[in-house]
Design a protein around this ligand. Structure first.
Ligand code: AMP
Length: 436
C-alpha cells in the first residue's frame, strides 16, 4: 500500500499557534494606540500587486526585487507579485485614492503579511509581518523625528527597553552621486577582499556593499569613505536638525555613517532600531525606515516628500519572548488617552519646536492626547490646523517662552490666556480635563 503523504508548512512559512496569539494581539493593540495618539489613519492594501510597482518603487537592483520576489503570471497574463514591502503599495494608494489632495501632512499606517523568497533562518522568514507608518507631504526633519519617536514609544509600550537607534543621512540625488563615485573607486581598490555578491554590487550599486552582512565585507566597510562627509549644505542642515530633535527627546541613538538600508528610494534620513546587545549580529533590526522624497513622483504622483518606517512583528515578538516581557502589564488602549477637551500644541521658532518633542512625550506618558503639527512652522498654518480640529485649548510655545521655560495656555472659546511654567503644563492640562 502506498504511504500517505504528510503535508508540512512550506519552508520559511510559520503557523502562528495559540500560545503565540496573545503576543500578536498586544502588538496590534499597541500599534493602534500609537496610530491614535499620533493621528495616523489605517489603510489595508491587497497582498497581490502589479510587479512593476516594486520594480519601479523598491528598485530594480535591490536584493528584494532581484532575488526575493514571489512573482508570477495570472491566468489573464498580468505580471503580479506577493507584496515584499509596504511603502510602494501605500504610495500607490496615496496617488490613486486622491490622498494627495488632503491637508498635509497625510499620515497613514498599515499592518499585515509580506513575502520575500529569502534563505530561511531564525528571524528571517518567507512570509513575515510588518507594521508600517508613513508621513506624506513634509520635507522637514521634524517628521523624521516624530516617526522615530513613535517607533521608540511603540517598543517601550511593548515592554522592550534595551535597544539603540542607528541614524544616518544618505543625502539627496546630487550629493550622493559624488559620494558614490568616491565609494566605487575605494571599493575597486579593495575588490579582492569583497564577497562574490559585492563584486557584482560594486558595479551596479556600490552603496549596497555597505549593507552586506558578510564579515569580510564588513571589514572593508570600516575603512570606506563616509557619506556624511559628502553631504550638500541642505542635506547637512536637515541631518543636524534631526540630530538636535533626537537629543532633545533623550532617545538612545548613535550615528552610523555606514547605514544605508537595502532599498533604492531612500533620501537623507535612514534609521534602524537594533537590540543593544545584538548590534554585531546579523538580522537583528527590529524596525527600519527613512525618508523618500522622490518616490511619490517616480510612481506617477506630484512631487511629495515623505518619510516612514516598518517593524518586523516576528522579530519583535521573539525579542519580547527572550526578554520575558510580562504581557499582562501591557494594558495600553485607545480610550486610555483622554481626548476631550481637544488641546493643540503650537510652536514658534527653532528652540520651541525642539522642546515640543519632549512635551509630546510628557503628554503621551500622562496618557493625554495633545494634537500638534510639527510639519508646519508658520503660525497661520498651525492655527488653521487647530481650528480644523476644533481645538478647545491651544498651548503656545514661542521662542521667548521656550527660553524662559514657560508656555501660554489659551482657551479658544473665551480667548483668555495665561502663562504657566513649562514644568507644570501637564498637571495644568490634567486639571482642565477634570473640570470638564
Ligand atoms: P525592511 O522592510 O527590509 O526595511 O525591514 C524592516 C523590518 O522587517 C526589519 O527590521 C525586520 O524586523 C523585518 N523583516 C525584514 N525581512 C524579514 C524577514 N524575511 N523575516 C522576518 N522579518 C523580516
Amino acid at each position: 500500500m502506498p504511504r500517505k503523504k504528510k503535508f508540512k508548512a512550506l519552508s520559511g512559512m510559520r503557523d502562528i499557534m495559540p500560545d503565540e496569539q496573545p503576543f500578536w494581539k498586544k502588538v496590534e493593540m499597541v500599534c493602534e494606540a500609537m496610530a491614535f495618539f499620533y493621528d495616523f489613519k489605517k489603510i489595508t492594501t491587497p497582498i497581490i500587486e502589479e510587479e512593476d510597482l516594486f520594480v519601479k518603487g523598491t528598485g530594480a537592483t535591490t536584493d528584494i526585487v532581484e532575488k526575493q520576489m514571489y512573482s508570477f503570471k495570472t491566468k489573464g497574463g498580468e505580471k503580479v507579485v506577493l507584496r515584499p514591502e509596504f511603502t510602494p503599495s501605500l504610495v500607490r494608494v496615496y496617488i490613486e485614492k486622491g490622498l494627495e489632495g488632503q491637508p498635509k501632512p497625510v499620515k497613514v499606517w498599515t499592518l499585515g503579511p509580506l513575502f520575500r523568497y529569502e534563505r530561511p533562518q531564525k528571524g528571517r522568514y518567507r512570509q513575515f509581518h510588518q507594521f508600517d507608518f508613513e508621513i506624506f507631504g513634509d520635507k522637514s526633519p521634524a517628521s523624521d523625528a516624530l516617526m522615530i519617536q513613535l517607533f521608540a514609544n511603540l517598543l517601550e509600550n511593548l515592554g522592550l527597553k534595551n535597544w539603540e537607534i542607528e541614524v544616518n543621512s544618505i543625502g539627496c540625488k546630487e550629493c550622493r552621486s559624488g559620494y558614490k563615485r568616491k565609494l566605487k573607486s575605494f571599493l575597486k581598490a579593495n575588490q579582492r577582499k569583497l564577497c562574490a555578491d559585492c563584486k557584482k554590487r560594486l558595479q551596479k550599486n556600490p552603496l549596497r556593499v555597505l549593507d552586506c552582512k558578510e564579515e569580510k565585507c564588513q571589514r572593508v566597510k570600516k575603512l570606506a569613505p563616509k557619506i556624511t562627509e559628502y553631504l550638500c549644505e541642505e542635506c547637512q542642515k536637515h541631518y543636524e536638525k534631526l540630530i538636535g530633535y533626537l537629543k532633545e527627546m533623550n532617545l538612545p541613538f548613535v550615528e552610523n555613517p555606514y547605514l544605508v538600508r537595502g532599498l533604492d528610494y531612500y533620501t537623507r534620513t535612514v534609521f534602524e532600531f537594533v537590540p543593544a546587545e545584538k548590534k554585531e549580529k546579523r538580522q537583528t533590526a527590529l524596525i527600519g525606515g527613512g525618508r523618500y522624497d522622490y518616490l511619490v513622483e517616480e510612481l506617477g504622483g506630484k512631487a511629495t516628500p515623505a518619510v516612514g518606517g516598518a517593524g518586523g512583528i516576528e522579530r519583535i515578538i521573539e525579542e519580547m519572548k527572550e526578554k520575558k516581557v510580562n504581557l499582562v502589564k501591557i494594558q495600553i488602549s485607545e480610550d486610555k488617552f483622554l481626548e476631550k477637551p481637544k488641546v493643540f500644541l503650537l510652536h514658534l521658532g527653532d528652540l520651541a519646536k525642539r522642546k515640543c518633542f519632549s512635551l509630546i512625550e510628557e503628554f503621551k506618558k500622562a496618557k493625554i492626547k495633545v494634537r500638534q503639527n510639527v510639519a508646519k512652522d508658520r503660525l497661520k498654518a498651525q492655527l488653521k490646523w487647530a481650528s480644523r480640529l476644533n481645538a478647545d485649548y491651544t498651548l503656545i510655545l514661542g521662542e521667548k517662552e521656550a527660553k524662559e521655560g514657560t508656555i501660554i495656555l489659551r482657551d479658544m472659546k473665551t480667548g483668555i490666556q495665561k502663562i504657566i511654567p513649562l514644568k507644570k503644563v501637564v498637571s495644568e492640562v490634567k486639571k482642565i480635563m477634570k473640570k470638564r
